[in-house]
Design a protein around this ligand. Structure first.
Ligand code: GUN
Length: 297
């Protein structure tokens, strides 16, 4: 059997269209501020596409680009000013930050009501406690992708590989919120292959190129690949590289029911969920009711 390839681009386009429709019906335009420190080329590309997507969804984009030598105190002051600015609904500080800046100190300056990345201690605490709040974007994207294959996830056995703050830990909690039975596996997990074979839904977020092979996957499972790894691609020519996920796609597609490819699966969902979070933040701050099409259920 050949599995379905989960079309993250198309699903993200639908979320973005829902966001645009929701924004058009709001009393005013939500505003998202994105802060970039330094000139890391990948981060520059991400920040530009976040700004473009924000405007395409009908919202206001505020981009703050600061030099790499910006001091921690200056950056904290900028983020603090955005937290106090009543016209700003969402704040995202692009990571990683330059080495001389302590990430935690900067994240602590983000008003939790504007924390569209879901990375502050307050947002993480609300997620653990099951209280309403802004949820991290990439893990939310994983849940949305899984639900396109299986709309009611109740009772599903979910295995998440990788316990990072940005993806693995919050993904485990978000699937728990969907009434799944969750195993959070990691580099010290014994017999990882057998643990993965128990999964109805397998989420790979480890950053190891094509680590998850076909025989790690239960026949009929849903596989969500969060990894994006750059590897040599000698077949494309000397010194060329390509992106691959944490899952061996060609093997997985022969065993699973559905596999999200990487690139083209979870990646596009992250920006779509960021836009969705910006609208949710604006609604919560301004006392507007949440448009139906943005509810996860
Ligand atoms: N850098 C890479 N991914 C992310 C993300 O999801 N949020 C932020 N703020 N920075 C990132």
């Amino acid at each position: 059997m050949t599995a379905r390839s989960i079309d993250g681009k198309a699903i993200a386009a639908k979320v973005r269209a829902d966001v645009a429709q929701a924004v058009a019906a709001l009393p005013s335009k939500p505003a998202l501020a994105v802060v970039l420190v330094g000139d890391d080329p990948a981060s520059q590309v991400y920040v530009t596409s976040k700004g473009k997507a924000t405007v395409e969804a009908g919202m206001r984009s505020v981009e703050i680009r600061l030099p790499a030598e910006t001091s921690q105190a200056d950056l904290v002051a900028r983020v603090d000013a955005l937290s106090r600015d009543p016209e700003i609904d969402g704040i995202l500080v692009q990571l990683p930050l330059p080495k001389h800046i302590e990430e935690a100190a900067v994240l602590a300056a983000i008003d939790p009501l504007k924390d569209v990345d879901g990375l502050t201690e307050a947002s993480a605490g609300k997620l653990v406690l099951g209280k309403p709040g802004l949820r991290p974007c990439t893990p939310t994207g994983c849940v949305i992708l899984a639900r396109t294959e299986r709309p009611d996830l109740t009772g599903a056995n979910v295995v998440v590989i990788g316990r990072s703050i940005l993806v693995g830990k919050p993904a485990a909690l978000l699937f728990l919120e969907q009434n799944c039975t969750v195993t959070l596996a990691h580099s010290k997990t014994r017999d990882l292959r057998m643990v993965c074979r128990g999964a109805d839904i397998l989420v790979a977020a480890v950053g190891r190129p094509e680590m998850v092979k076909g025989d790690w996957i239960r026949p009929g499972a849903i596989v969500i690949d969060v990894g994006t790894n750059r590897v040599p691609a000698p077949e494309k020519g000397d010194g060329k590289t390509k992106l691959v996920g944490d899952v061996h796609f060609a093997e997985a597609i022969e065993v699973a029911a559905a596999v999200s490819p990487s690139p083209g699966g979870v990646g596009p969902m992250t920006i779509a969920c960021l836009l969705r979070n910006t609208v949710l933040a604006a609604c919560a701050r301004r006392g507007w009711s949440v448009p139906d099409m943005l509810r996860l259920g």
